[in-house]
Design a binder for this molecule. Structure first.
Ligand code: SAM
Length: 311
């Protein structure tokens, strides 16, 4: 599922009236900021126009990564989820992605930046959201929700504050906590570190891991594809009709839960007589051949995508 056309149109309407060279300059400054200044705990989006351009160039991709992570989580979690805390909400991508999949009755968006809260509340004005000024690094979350999501935030924080923030997120979780990060080597190593911390706090992994033992992956990440609008192509200067977003994630439950037996790590290689799969499972990371003679399994294997569960 992609970010809805309604929201994409709303974002483009917000940018009407601005000259293209100005939007291109803001877009390249934002990309530069994210590349060079992440992890220092400083604000990377500083004006209303920055926030609106961020909405155009990043939100469709972060929405899709959160949506995919949540789909893989909900495949193995069937408890009732009614309330959400979106921590470091930005413009509300996690709130929108969750509302598209769950019957939420209340959402709290915790966000430090004034401009993100302002533009975010305009974009999400059809959702039951309370927007709150909040600093995850210096304040402990006091309210609780069935689902807590923190997407694309931890990599922006100073490393020595991450443990405090993750503990606070876990304490605020009644049922499920989902953390999503960019699928870069840095983002995936943050997820690996968070995984260990959450396990030490008594969490039960729902996805993507098929086990709770030590993680043997060097760079566990997945990818999601989003179509690009004309404005997105102009601002990011490229013609490709799609954008592939790499992401890493971890979803945990507060109570014992189901999880998959195998997670697909690479695109299956389809041969005439077999499908070759790269899987993560309880034994570690392994290659498995599914032979054509194993009819049902072979049929399923041919259709698998990276990130899918395979049982
Ligand atoms: C890259 S954006 C991600 C936004 C959104 N979660 C998403 O997935 O699209 C990171 C957001 O985290 C917010 N943030 C950074 N440090 C924060 C802090 N200490 N407390 C609360 N929010 C913070 C930023 O203002 C920004 O809106």
């Amino acid at each position: 599922m992609e970010l809805s056309l309604d929201i994409k149109n709303k974002i483009e309407e917000m940018l009407e009236g601005y000259k293209l060279p100005i939007l291109k300059r803001v877009s390249s400054e934002l990309s530069e900021n994210y590349l060079k200044e992440s992890g220092k705990g400083i604000s990377l989006v500083n004006s209303e126009l920055d926030a609106k351009v961020y909405a155009c160039i990043r939100m469709p991709a972060t929405y899709k990564a959160i949506n995919d992570s949540l789909i893989h989580t909900l495949e193995f979690y069937d408890g009732e989820i009614k309330t959400l805390i979106d921590a470091g909400a930005g413009l509300g991508a996690s709130s929108i992605a969750s509302s598209d999949l769950l019957p939420l009755t209340s959402i709290t968006c915790l966000e430090k930046s004034d401009v993100m809260r302002k533009v975010g509340s305009e974009i999400t004005d059809n959702l039951p959201i309370k927007w709150k000024e909040f600093d995850l690094v210096n304040q402990e979350i006091e309210e609780k929700a069935d689902l807590v999501i923190c997407s694309y935030v931890l990599n922006e924080l100073e490393e020595n504050r991450r443990e405090f923030v993750v503990k606070s997120l876990f304490n605020a979780t009644n049922k499920v906590l989902l953390i999503v990060e960019p699928g870069t080597p840095v983002g995936s190593s943050i997820i690996k570190e968070v995984r260990s911390l959450l396990l030490s706090l008594g969490a039960y992994i729902i996805a993507p891991c098929p086990h709770q033992e030590e993680c043997l992956s060097e760079w566990c990440h997945f990818s999601s594809r989003t179509s690009r609008s004309k404005l997105h192509k102009l601002l990011k200067e490229g013609d490709a009709p799609f954008e592939d977003e790499k992401f890493s994630y971890i979803a945990v439950s507060k109570s014992p839960c189901n999880r998959c037996l195998n997670r697909v790590l690479r695109h299956p290689i389809i041969n005439k007589s077999s499908v070759s799969l790269s899987l993560c499972n309880e034994k570690g990371i392994c290659q498995v051949e599914v032979r054509k003679s194993d009819k049902e399994k072979y049929k399923t294997s041919r259709k698998l995508k990276v990130g899918d569960a395979f049982d």
